[in-house]
Design a protein around this ligand. Structure first.
Ligand SMILES: *Cc1c(COP(=O)(O)O)cnc(C)c1O
Length: 470
């Protein structure tokens, strides 16, 4: 299958689209056409997770031999405690609503957040490229939260691959720093820069923008816009729909409620509604950074300043994957996408005449509402949610009555033990997890650097000096 740019000026096969990440015209890759999954659903109902992923992804990754794709999927999900069921579906009893509420737990991977689903798989694809091409792939990224550690864990078992992760010294949560700096791997380089996240991000952009340096050190960006991440995320939605509705999954109504920041997670589910599962509905849940929620409620897209919230992985005002949604909404008219982005750049906003509808509703929640939702759900059902998942639960509880008795599936995006302060404030309980406890006893191995491009370049050169020869 070919992948085309949302801005109309580039196309690539699956392998190249994945390795490039961003299209040459600055757009995002989308599949040229979407398959109709309905003929496959009956045969897919009982498959183990990695096999379902293989059957789904082979429709897109047509330039990877099937057995290799299967090996990538199997290795990706072998890192979960129950590889055949890495995304358990829990039914909440006692929530006090006329419709069933289920929770799709996506936080059982190595870093206890949903990004493991996509980055474990992407790491396998990079590893395969290293073996095929015989040259290294080294990852460079800046992180303020979960992406950096998920990228590291996706790449950990790929020989010959180094990860350089920049973060602002002293400004990320101690547990998050430990997930980056306590891996025990000599191929992971935790670079704590003395500055803000924006400084780290600017350094990464500058280094990746230096084509000669990037090529000499085989540097690749880790970012949220890789098409492989989106497609890997489709699989857990598909599996949940098959679990609840069996072969009828194409026609039976179901509403997914998705904690949202960059719009990558919800976009993956929404794509399934264009692949024959047309009864799926989506509810976007944001924290106080409500740019996407406001758009779906009013039709006006108006990013503002970023506010720090209790759900930091959703503290985003530029929802980068939104561009893909626009492309579909405009029926693949890249000129309209470019025009809309241009209006956004020139005026700071754009507007549809009305709320866009199309099976998507939205709501946003303040920190107080997040704590209230954690408390209410825990009180009624005994279920303890993290602050990101709590936005989803709150949005499920307050769903408009027009949506009737359709079952809701809330995506649980992080383990509550990653954010113990919120749980404590809401319920008096401090959740723990053995993975995080084990980190506490490991030494932090990091380099603290000035926030300059030169210092980071030297760290990369020193690290690769002995191993870049391959
Ligand atoms: C990244 C993240 C989100 C937001 O996902 P998007 O794909 O950016 O919408 C939500 N919750 C957690 C825990 C995350 O790490």
């Amino acid at each position: 299958m070919r992948f085309v740019s949302t801005r109309g000026g580039d196309s690539a096969g699956f392998h190249d689209a994945v390795m490039r990440g961003l299209a040459r015209d600055g757009g995002l890759f989308v599949p040229e056409a979407l398959p109709d999954l309905r003929p496959f659903l009956a045969g897919w109902v009982a498959l183990p997770y990695a096999e379902l992923a293989t059957r789904f992804l082979r429709l897109f990754a047509t330039d990877i031999p099937l057995e290799e794709l299967r090996a990538c999927a199997e290795r990706a999900y072998a890192a979960f405690p129950v590889p055949d069921d890495p995304a358990p579906l829990i039914t909440l009893n006692g929530a006090g609503r006329p419709f069933p509420i289920h929770v799709l737990e996506l936080f059982h991977g190595p870093t206890l957040a949903f990004k493991d689903f996509a980055l474990r798989f992407l790491g396998q694809l990079y590893g395969r490229a290293v073996r095929e091409g015989g040259h290294a792939v080294n990852i460079l990224g800046a992180t303020s939260g979960d992406t950096g550690s998920a990228a590291i864990h996706g790449m950990l078992d790929q020989p010959g691959t180094h990860c350089f992760i920049l973060y602002p010294e002293g400004r990320i949560a101690p547990l998050q720093e430990r997930q980056i700096a306590c891996t025990g791997s000599a191929a992971v380089h935790a670079l704590a820069v003395r500055g803000a996240f924006d400084d780290a991000q600017a350094i990464v952009k500058e280094i990746l923008g230096d084509a000669a340096f990037s090529a000499a050190h085989s540097l690749t960006a880790v970012n949220s816009i890789n098409i492989a991440r989106i497609l890997a995320q489709c699989v857990y939605y598909l599996r949940a729909a098959l679990r609840l509705h069996g072969p009828e999954a194409g026609a039976a109504p179901l509403e997914f409620v998705v904690p949202t920041g960059n719009f990558g997670n919800v976009l993956a589910g929404w794509l399934l509604s264009k692949m024959g599962l047309c009864a799926l509905r989506f509810r976007v849940a944001t924290n106080a950074n409500d740019v996407v929620a406001r758009f779906f409620n009013t039709g006006r897209y108006l990013p503002g300043a970023v506010h720090a919230s209790l759900a930091p992985s959703m503290d985003i005002q530029q929802a980068s994957n939104f561009e893909r949604w626009l492309w579909y909404r405009f029926d693949g008219d890249a000129a309209r996408v470019r025009g809309t982005l241009d209006t956004l750049r020139r005026t700071g906003s754009f507007a549809f005449g009305e709320a866009p509808g199309g099976g998507v509703t939205a709501a946003s929640f303040s920190d107080a509402a997040i704590l209230g939702a954690i408390r209410e759900i825990h009180g009624r059902t005994g279920y303890l949610a993290d602050p990101h998942t709590a936005c989803g639960l709150a949005a499920a509880l307050d769903a408009p009555s027009a949506s009737g008795v359709v079952p809701r599936v809330v995506l649980a995006t992080a383990h509550p033990a990653k954010f113990p302060e919120s749980a404590l404030a809401a319920t008096g309980l401090a959740p723990a997890h053995p993975t995080l406890e084990a980190l506490a006893s490991r030494p932090v191995v990091k380099q603290v650097l000035p926030a300059t491009t030169g210092a980071v370049r030297r760290a990369i050169e020193e690290a690769l000096g002995g191993s870049a020869a391959a």
